[in-house]
Design a protein around this ligand. Structure first.
Ligand SMILES: CC(C)(COP(=O)(O)OP(=O)(O)OC[C@H]1O[C@@H](n2cnc3c(N)ncnc32)[C@H](O)[C@@H]1OP(=O)(O)O)[C@@H](O)C(=O)NCCC(=O)NCCS
Length: 162
């Protein structure tokens, strides 16, 4: 972990954020939905399209110059909600870490930086969506997220920031 630093995400990180959406979709061992199919699927491309728009924010975990993970948020409109949409003005968080860097604390570090940033921007809540059998739920709970809505196989979780 000593080799890992965290920097602010910039516009040029769009392709890497695409990689991380693919990781999030394929989180189950053995899952391998192709990148192209994921990032052209409107259900997922809405987390990436036009990055970075006003209101988008994110952080990249890097080892030297190499990105190893990312967490970002965007505030999607009610007409085009994400899986974890809970209301107007509540940003939704997306996170992914490259497989070989998982379970080393990178995800927690990114989550903490992003939530701190959202708080500093005046947001009162931040949301996410997670499959019910994804261990990432344990991470989210330990960082103060609670389930506010249960859907088919997945939950929406919210953290209060104030
Ligand atoms: C979910 C993810 C972002 C977490 O990042 P990470 O760097 O692996 O997580 P961390 O090392 O910071 O671990 C945080 C906590 O998660 C849990 N955790 C981590 N790896 C785990 C594993 N292999 N099995 C079970 N729990 C695990 C632990 O509770 C850990 O807490 P600890 O610090 O007390 O040990 C990352 O694993 C990932 O990209 N997974 C695939 C994509 C995905 O599922 N994205 C989220 C979609 S909602």
């Amino acid at each position: 972990m000593n080799e890992i630093a965290v920097r602010v995400a910039v516009q040029d990180d769009g392709a890497f954020l695409g990689d991380m959406v693919v990781e999030a979709v394929n989180w189950r061992p053995g899952a391998a939905r192709p990148r192209h199919a994921v990032i052209t699927d409107p259900a997922h491309s809405r987390y990436l399209a036009g990055w970075m728009r006003p209101g988008d924010a994110g952080f990249i975990a890097v080892r030297g110059d190499e990105p190893v993970g990312a967490a970002w948020y965007r505030t999607l409109p009610r007409t085009e909600p994400g899986f974890g949409y809970v209301g107007t003005g509540v940003p939704e968080l997306i996170i992914g870490v490259r497989p070989i860097w998982r379970s080393h604390g990178v995800g927690r570090l990114l989550l903490q930086r992003l939530c701190g940033h959202a708080r500093s921007r005046g947001y009162v809540r931040i949301s996410l969506s997670v499959d019910r059998d994804n261990f990432a739920r344990t991470l989210y709970r330990s960082e103060g997220f609670a389930v506010v809505r249960s859907g088919v196989g997945r939950d929406t979780m919210v953290k209060r920031l104030s």
